[in-house]
Design a protein around this ligand. Structure first.
Ligand code: EPZ
Length: 417
């Protein structure tokens, strides 16, 4: 199994280009099920989760006409199979986003119930309640969510709590339901707004995406998708922190600074120099790092997907930082590994108290999930000697060419089989 070896102590300098966002393309791939045409998607990130979703759409009857570099042409004219099998869904929870589009397109969907994962139980009850509000009859059968709806009907629905892919699932179903749907307490993530924009270009009638109240007037058909995927704000934040932690000078290109306000604010509080331009952010280390308190929260709050990476930065701050994880119940799996590298972190419930240390030391560590693996690579960049990160398949799920991009910035990093 692949491992990544990072030799610490190399300052990062230079420019890095951000890829398309994993969490923006996965719902767009699910949305191709709605159009029934030749969909063309640009700026496709070369990450494994994209391949898994493309294979799922193929399984449901789609045809891939072109999938090279960052361009994908997917014909969804032949969608005819309502079953999303366990072997695909179990490898990637986001597959459950085909539930809404299949109900809208075929009037039936049978999707394997995604199990829990390292960061939490991650139920999909809020997705199901939203689709039931649109008139779907949903039963749990032998580990599958089986939904049937002759015709989805618009409705007024309040999400009990904010769910990103839940909002996307119900929004896609509502786009082709009969009449008007109002979604309250909807997720405001840029990826939700992007999905709505893409669907509106196909003829959907969606207003208010990006706010917590979305109004959708159902339509009977949608034109094929033609879009360029939004830059990955979580990948951008990861490289910004890589620049800051090595006290380097890194310019992150092809990103949307407005989507990173919470991260920029916290990096500034830590004493890091930042300059925002229209589509890039320049990060310059300033020597000493100040401790900063963060609390993760749905957008526009501080993203839970940046919590682990920011924690690594705080392990070297001069003083104590308090990091509260409010979105997922079990997202401190990286703490034990950071402690193996000499970090001083105390956990109390959903709060981590990080006391800064002088230096981390290289060690063999194990990645437990996508963002935890990124945080361990960041720790390796500044640790004494080598850090060996195993289970790097987690990284390949959501980061395109991480070793290559970091090497181009001056990191001593390599992958061994
Ligand atoms: C999306 O997951 C992202 N995944 C996650 O990114 C991200 O961490 C998360 O949003 C929060 O920002 C994709 O976009 C593919 P939620 P999602 O539903 O939609 C609970 C990464 O690293 N909940 O907003 O699954 C849930 O357990 C990944 O790229 C229910 O209880 O997250 C969690 O505690 C990791 N019932 C909270 O709500 C439900 O039906 C927020 O989850 C749905 C969610």
């Amino acid at each position: 199994m692949d491992r990544i070896i990072v030799e610490g102590g190399h300052q990062l300098n230079g420019q890095v280009t951000i890829s398309g966002a994993k969490n923006a393309i996965l719902p767009v791939l699910a949305a191709t099920l709605l159009t029934g045409g030749k969909n063309e998607i640009q700026n496709v990130p070369g990450v494994r989760d994209v391949k898994t979703m493309v294979n799922l759409v193929r399984e449901l009857g789609g045809r891939v006409d072109h999938f090279e570099a960052d361009r994908l042409v997917l014909d969804s004219g032949g969608i005819n199979n309502p079953v999303a099998p366990y072997d695909l869904v179990s490898t990637m929870r986001a597959s459950c986003m085909v539930l809404g589009p299949l109900l809208a397109r075929l009037g039936e969907a049978k999707v394997s119930l995604p199990g829990g994962c390292a960061i939490g139980a991650r139920p999909i009850d809020l997705h199901i309640k939203g689709l039931e509000a649109l008139g779907a009859d949903i039963q749990l059968e032998k580990g599958y969510v089986h939904g049937v709806a002759k015709k989805l009907k618009g409705a007024h629905h309040l999400f009990e709590s904010v769910t990103v892919t839940g909002t996307m699932n119900v929004l896609m179903a509502a786009a082709m339901a009969e009449g008007e749907t109002v979604l309250e307490n909807a997720a405001k993530e840029p990826e939700v707004e992007f999905l709505a924009d893409v669907l509106n270009q196909c003829g959907a009638k969606i207003e208010g995406a990006g706010t917590d109240k979305i109004i959708i007037e159902g339509v009977t058909s949608l034109k094929p998708i033609h879009c360029r995927i939004l830059p990955d704000r979580i990948e951008a934040a990861t490289y910004m922190i890589a620049g800051a932690i090595t006290d380097g000078d890194v310019e992150v290109l092809d990103c949307v600074p407005a989507h990173l306000e919470a991260v920029i604010q916290k990096l500034r509080e830590a004493g890091v120099g930042l300059k925002e331009n229209e589509t890039s952010i320049r990060v310059r280390g300033n020597g000493e790092l100040r401790p900063v308190h963060i609390r993760t929260h749905p957008y526009p709050g501080f993203a839970t997907d940046v919590q682990a990476q920011f924690m690594t930065l705080m392990t070297l701050a001069k003083g104590q930082s308090v990091i509260s994880e409010t979105v997922f119940e079990n997202r401190f799996m990286h703490v034990a590994e950071l402690r193996r590298m000499g970090a001083d972190i105390h956990i109390e419930g959903h709060t981590a108290i990080v006391s800064g240390v002088e230096q981390l030391s290289g060690a063999p560590v194990m990645a437990t999930d996508l963002r935890a693996s990124a945080c361990l690579v960041l720790a390796g960049l500044v640790a004494e000697r080598d850090t060996v990160v195993s289970r790097v398949y987690h990284i390949d799920r959501g980061y395109e060419d991480m070793e290559k991009k970091l090497s181009q910035l001056g990191a001593a990093i390599r992958r061994v089989r």
